[in-house]
Design a protein around this ligand. Structure first.
Ligand SMILES: Nc1ncnc2c1ncn2[C@@H]1O[C@H](COP(=O)(O)OP(=O)(O)OP(=O)(O)O)[C@@H](O)[C@H]1O
Ligand SMILES: [Mg+2]
Length: 264
């Protein structure tokens, strides 16, 4: 593939979703639509069900009632319909960078070894790691390891990318840099993204829409469209009045949600 080939994204439909862990109800009739290629962030207090929701979207967890539909179809567990980037890079320490990236393709067995290698190198170059193909993960910084995780997810060319606080463990400067790199990649590839974060700045900066989850099982407290112009840049976007307005509003909402927890 050339570096500009678009993967595209699928529509994600969450319909009347119910989910509980035993007696603890997390979602009660949750409804969300994420449009093809849309970048949606999910924020909310710790324990509100963000990771649970991603696990329902990936098919790791099964809903008690309701549906998760991708392009109008129910999830098929054996179909690798998504790429997943975790908070901490979960790389195999004994495999080199390029071997980590090609692992999924190896398991899938669709491409020849040389095609797998070529594609892995291509995606490593896309995340800025050209020249680091043979490094073991322990020789890479935290940010570089997270880039490998991103390349490993992207190389499978999923039309849905699920990210659970992927940059949460990084320092502020690296995090901002990774935000910019992610936006450039997403602009090129066009996947549907569901991104979880604790960081309001990150959510506003990246997203087309920010969903604020309330305490379980209350569902969505706020569905905020982010109409900041794209392409975004740290220098202009993060200092704009509109950015600050969104940030202030979401901060107020989060305080409201947290307050309801104390009173409850
Ligand atoms: N496997 C499990 N069994 C039972 N309860 C669970 C399980 N996993 C999570 N929970 C509970 O479900 C609720 C939601 O958990 P979840 O991990 O989805 O929250 P979260 O929003 O991702 O939190 P955080 O921001 O801290 O990562 C919490 O009360 C948690 O204790
Ligand atoms: Mg979580």
């Amino acid at each position: 593939m050339s570096s500009v080939d678009r993967v595209g994204g699928d529509q994600l439909l969450i319909e009347n979703l119910n989910f509980s862990y035993g007696n603890l109800t997390i979602f009660n009739n949750l409804n969300i639509v994420v449009e093809p290629g849309e970048f949606v962030s999910i924020i909310g207090p710790s324990g509100c069900g963000k990771t649970t929701l991603l696990n329902l979207l990936s098919g790791f967890l099964k809903p008690i009632a309701g549906k998760v539909l991708l392009r109008g179809k129910a999830l098929v567990p054996e179909d690798p319909h998504f790429g997943y980037v975790f908070q901490h890079a979960t790389l195999f320490p004994w495999l080199s960078t390029v071997e980590n990236v090609e692992f999924g393709m190896k398991m899938e067995g669709k491409l020849s070894a040389s095609e797998q290698r070529k594609k892995s190198k291509h995606y490593l170059a896309m995340v800025g790691l050209k020249g680091f193909e043979d490094y073991l993960p322990m020789k890479l910084s935290g940010g570089m390891q997270q880039r490998v995780s991103l390349a490993r997810a992207l190389v499978m060319e999923p039309r849905l990318l699920l990210m659970d606080e992927p940059f949460g463990a990084l320092d502020a400067i690296t995090r901002e840099q990774m935000n910019d790199e992610l936006l450039v990649l997403w602009d090129k590839l066009g996947q549907t993204v569901v991104f979880i974060t604790h960081d309001i700045d990150e959510a506003v900066y990246l997203s087309d829409r920010v969903l604020l989850l309330n305490r379980p099982p209350q569902g969505i407290f706020k569905d905020q469209k982010i109409e900041l112009p794209r392409p975004r840049s740290s220098k202009e976007t993060r200092t704009s009045d509109l950015f600050w307005e969104y940030k202030k509003e979401l901060m107020t909402d989060i305080l409201e949600v947290s307050k309801s927890e104390v009173i409850a």
